[in-house]
Design a protein around this ligand. Structure first.
Ligand code: 5GP
Ligand code: MG
Ligand code: MG
Length: 197
């Protein structure tokens, strides 16, 4: 059990299990992009660790670019996604693989998809370490998923709670009690840790 900013989290997914999931995603991407020269677009901050691990397993030549997004802060999801660092690359006809930490509502994914399509991208694929099918509200296909998880709030392996926990090598999930629900969803701004990046 660990504590971050007053909340308790229990170990949920081991580093070994995460690495196995990444091995499997890497294998699929290596097969699908053999002989291609894809552009990986890493969505900061949360995907940095997944991207490092995934890209070290990629066997071909590739380019890597970064984009920083976050959901609008609020106690309920407003669906607004803010761009903090825009993409700075020509997307025209490129084969792109978007690298995400987790797909939850899908609002971030929608924003990214719009960005890629308006940039004239060629073939594009989405790789996400985690997917929460229970809260997904969109219909975009997520081509490569590391692990599907229930609607728990998780931290570690790049994912944070109010800025902390990204450096943890395993995934921890919030221990839900009435108190923590109050802290997470009660006071204005307290839901910050559930937002993007
Ligand atoms: P979306 O709702 O747009 O699909 O998810 C956007 C972002 O919310 C994710 O990229 C991630 O940064 C954040 N997020 C969603 N679920 C969780 C979670 O369980 N833990 C953490 N730390 N962030 C999450
Ligand atoms: Mg976050
Ligand atoms: Mg993300």
């Amino acid at each position: 059990m660990i504590h971050l900013r007053g909340l308790s989290f229990e170990e949920y997914i081991s580093q070994q299990k995460l690495e196995q999931a990444i091995d499997s995603v890497a294998k699929q991407i290596n097969a699908d992009f053999a002989g291609k020269e894809p552009l990986f677009i890493v969505v900061l901050n949360g995907a940095y660790k997944f991207a490092t691990e995934l890209l070290s397993r990629f066997e071909g030549d590739c380019e890597i670019e970064f984009l920083k997004l976050s959901s609008y802060d609020g106690t309920a999801s407003t669906g607004e996604v803010i761009t903090h660092i825009p993409l700075d690359v020509d997307l025209e006809d490129r084969d792109v693989i978007v690298v995400e930490d987790i797909v939850d509502s899908g609002n971030t994914l929608e924003k990214i998809t719009d960005m890629l399509v308006s940039g004239g991208v060629g073939k594009f694929r989405i790789a996400s370490l985690f997917f929460k099918p229970g809260s997904y509200t969109k219909e975009y296909k997520i081509h490569y998923v590391g692990l599907e998880i229930p609607n728990d709030f998780i931290v570690g392996y790049g994912l944070d709670y109010n800025g902390l926990g990204r450096n943890l090598n395993a995934i921890y999930k919030l221990k839900t009690t009435k108190m923590t629900n109050l802290v997470l969803f009660g006071p204005p701004g307290a839901g910050k840790g559930t937002q993007a990046s």
